[in-house]
Unconditional design. Structure first.
Ligand SMILES: *Cc1c(COP(=O)(O)O)cnc(C)c1O
Length: 453
């Protein structure tokens, strides 16, 4: 018998599987309406509960349309997400498997698979053998976790430097989560003004020379693909400087780190190999579902010394594993303990599709951006703000106000053509296309551009 909450309702199971199958079969995935659906009444929570069919139906009719599906090829705002069907299928396996991806003791099988994916990323990034880390929930927690290790290592190596005095050199174009991470860590920034939005070695040395306390700068945060414009900092220059000056080098590649899969950008991003810590989000441009960021350290032992959580009841996790192997607890490498085995959907997708398809899909988004830019240059009513970098295109519609861009963006969504949002560039409101899904078509781009006449 058992508790009724833990019985499988086979009829409901069938309905849920049907729902998932239906959703998985949508190709292309529709945009849906987001808050424009405007009909999200809720059913009250009761003591005796509702028939599951009632709630499933309510979800289907009122809640599911009130999202903008981030995996639609028409989603070109912010940074989209384009999970492969294989990754989504395997996410369901993860959901049903009772995995806790915290420790070697509990989930060695999972850790081995996740580490295979992490090692592959590290190798592609040119980081040395022995690099490793964990999958975390996103780039924000990845940045925070990596910079925590950088701070502690930097302070430990500089006798006399107080923890709160330590600073990282960061570019004015760094992602907002980097500033937030420093805030949480209680340390400051040497804020560097980049050259045309690209943080270079010259910018760094000039900023250090002008600073009254350069000795407090313990590391550098570089971006591989800024979120707004896809710009890749001078990874080679900054990275080798850090290496020579015993500074921590953190590379935020949450979005653009995926360029390690791109033939055309391979050389541009080769400086990632200097990283002490590197992040890339498979939930952005490596075609895995939310939430999944890879965090890789050059010297995982340093991270372990900083992040391992000590508690009497956790000691057994840190003693060597029953098989006598080196234990690898993902929990030891970031600010987390219990964790979903969130690297597995990415691992399964990479294993089954193979590297070539990944390379092809990453390149497809870069090509889309290149062709969109060519099209913009050929048209009279729009103009390119700068050459595209990675898969992001910035352009303007001369004569338009902020309100014009906003109204246009809403109209495109109401018409279910695309989700495109304006951005700010050097104080000006402009249009921005962030490509990611390889099935986004040139025709769709054409339609978007035509809608701005
Ligand atoms: C998206 C992004 C982040 C934050 O990643 P989340 O997964 O959203 O937490 C950090 N840095 C860059 C460059 C990004 O594009």
């Amino acid at each position: 018998m058992g508790d009724p909450m833990f019985q499988l309702d086979t009829e409901l199971a069938q309905q849920i599987f049907d729902y998932c199958r239906e959703r998985l079969s949508e190709n292309p995935v529709p945009l849906d309406l987001g808050s424009m659906a405007n009909d999200t009444t809720v059913i009250p929570i009761t003591s005796e509960g509702h028939a599951p069919q009632t709630i499933l139906q309510h979800f289907r009719e009122h809640m599911a349309p009130a999202v903008i599906s981030i995996d639609s090829p028409g989603f070109l705002a912010f940074i989209p997400n384009a999970p492969t069907k294989n990754s989504l299928l395997f996410d369901m396996v993860v959901a049903c498997s009772g995995l806790n991806g915290t420790s070697w003791l509990e989930s060695q099988g999972v850790v081995v698979a996740e580490n295979q994916a992490l090692e592959f990323i590290a190798e592609r990034a040119g980081m040395p053998q022995g690099s490793g880390g964990a999958f975390v929930s996103g780039g924000s927690i990845g940045n925070l976790s990596g910079l925590t290790v950088g701070r502690d290592v930097g302070v430990a190596r500089r006798p006399g430097l107080e923890r709160h005095q330590a600073r990282f050199a960061i570019s004015a174009d760094a992602h907002s989560s980097v500033g937030r991470a420093l805030h949480v860590l209680g340390i400051g920034a040497l804020l560097v003004e980049p050259d045309d939005h690209r943080f270079t070695l010259e910018n760094l040395t000039a900023a250090l020379a002008a600073d009254p306390h350069p000795e407090t700068v313990i590391g550098v945060v570089a971006t591989c693909g800024t979120t707004n414009a896809g710009i890749i900092d001078d990874l080679e220059g900054l990275g080798s400087y850090c290496r020579d000056h015993d500074m921590w080098f953190h590379v935020d590649g949450a979005y653009g780190g995926a360029a390690i899969f791109s033939e055309s950008y391979r050389d541009t991003v080769s400086g990632i190999r200097h990283a002490d810590s590197f992040i890339v989000d498979p939930h952005k441009w490596l075609f895995a579902p939310l939430d999944c960021a890879a965090l890789v350290y050059r010297h995982p032992a340093l991270a372990r010394a900083v992040h391992t959580q000590e508690a009497g009841y956790l000691d057994i996790l840190h003693d060597s594993s029953p098989s006598g192997d080196v234990d690898w607890n993902p929990s030891d490498f970031a600010i987390h303990l219990s964790r979903r085995a969130r690297g597995l959907p990415f691992w399964f997708s990479l294993m089954t599709h193979g590297v070539e398809r990944y390379e092809h899909a990453v390149e497809a988004a870069i090509d889309l951006a290149t062709r969109a830019a060519e099209r913009i240059e050929a048209l009279d009513h729009v103009e390119l703000v700068r050459d595209p970098s990675l898969s992001i295109v910035l352009y303007r519609r001369p004569g338009w106000t902020n309100e014009d861009y906003t109204e246009w963006s809403h109209q495109l969504l109401r018409d279910q053509v695309a989700f495109v949002t304006p951005t700010k560039w050097e104080g000006e409101t402009i249009a921005r296309l962030a490509f990611l899904h390889p099935d986004t078509s040139d025709e769709l781009v054409e339609q978007i551009l035509a809608s701005m006449r």
